[in-house]
Ligand binder design. Sequence first.
Ligand code: FAD
Length: 431
Amino acid sequence: MKHGLNLLIQHGKPEDILPSIAKASGAHTVYAHTETCSEELRVERGVRAGLQKVRRQTQEPSGKNPLSPKLELVWGSTMYHTDDLPFHPTELPDVYTQFRKSVESKCTIRSCFKLPTSLGPLPRCDLDEIGGWGCVPLVDDLGLHHEKVNMGMCFRGGESAALSRVNEYFWRKDLLRVYKETRNGMLGPDYSTKFSPWLASGCISPRLVYEEVKRYEKERQANDSTYWVLFELIWRDYFRFLSVKYVNSLFQIGGPRKVESIKWSQDRVLFESWREGRTGYPLIDANMKELYTTGFMSNRGRQIVCSFLVRDMGIDWRMGAEWFETCLLDYDPCSNYGNWTYGAGVGNDPREDRYFSIPKQAQNYDPDGEYVAYWLPELQALPKDKRHFPGKSYIKQIVPLKFGSSNQRHGRSNYNRRQGKDYAGGSKNFY
Ligand code: FAD
């Protein structure tokens, strides 16, 4: 508003809303980011078709300025611009490290655009026709309710909140300095950046995060942690470019490698116990409760619950991916389905085939059971070393662990012996 314009807020489908706004404002062009996945491309086509039905009222000759507003798409969302890649996305390397090394050595990251000094004047617009400027709906208006979570991150939408988190995490709390050591945490707001919901909804750009990391490195210090945030953002880019290369196979059961040898189950009882956090494994149940309650789960948690669903339960990985899609505040089709295909062992890179052992993960990332006791208060009274495997004080385990046992005896030999023919690819990494 300081720059002479306002934000028009409407709630509904882009293919219905955008043509009506274009009509009311007499717009000649609608600009949007290019999408890469099928459902988003369908919306893009719907918007284009809707705009074609709009007739602009113009005095100019129609040849010069078409009567219907046009849809102009620009590449966005990634840190590296698609036009700057040393290869076409369809030729993308299947090994992440090759991709990363190649872009790091051959590409530069474009600067952010400066905000124009003036955004006005307001287009001549019949706002009444479209219900006025609108306002940000309250959570209650959307049929949802607030959940009070003391140990979580309070996510507020919008660019100002996103910038304030960057400021807090990098500068005020100086957490960027130690990111690489803390990033595998699960409890509280500060073990990782928590930028993902804002990145996913376009409230901040990864190019801005890049510029802030570089400024931090100049003004404070450069170390492994400052680099690691960029390393993770390159993963995010990689999954987006992979969606251009592998199109719909990212959503199909055999994944990009079209793996057919895995027999997946769609057992509803097992799936519901995972979804609702009633598996009898506190580490799984706590993470699933956090996801449902807050719309967020740590990266460590996501890898563990994904591995449990696909490896220990043998459930169709797409059911897990869909539940994540339903809940995640940072849902992004490329990162979500890309990570799930890796977790399920059907991703483009067979070397990313991993089994996460619950006893080992619990020992490394929640040794005192603080995380599980926060989300499952019934465990708080137990001694710390019993919280992950509380026996009869907790609900019965719904399936045994495939590799390794719950009394913390696990190891490669056991894992290799029992791996059988369940999964494609000979060697799996055991975490
Ligand atoms: P940080 O650790 O602070 O990382 C900084 C940024 O790097 C993140 O905000 C994110 O943009 C990016 N990033 C980090 N790890 C990854 C990764 N493995 N893949 C892609 N980008 C990454 N991330 C999403 O943004 N949307 C999803 O829908 C999504 N689904 C996932 C599903 C599964 C099964 C798994 C294992 C991971 C998924 N991730 C997804 C990646 C990752 O878990 C989240 O990006 C991360 O936990 C967000 O927290 P953060 O912002 O604090 O991350």
